[in-house]
Design a protein around this ligand. Sequence first.
Ligand code: SF4
Length: 62
Amino acid sequence: MKAIVEDTCTGCGVCVDTCPEVFELGDSDIAIVIADPVPADSEDACRDAADQCPCEAIVIQD
Ligand code: SF4
């Protein structure tokens, strides 16, 4: 599984709080993906982060 953050990200930090194994706030204060592919034991949290993103900026590719 792969996670992508699109440029609609506002840097709110929800995904970082929900799934810190995969998301981090980068230098430009937008989220970046730090685990590619997503580790199997982080997949559920990663999907939760995508569901909770207020900007629908996280795309999951299975
Ligand atoms: Fe960006 Fe969405 Fe993560 Fe917020 S939850 S930092 S808008 S990708």
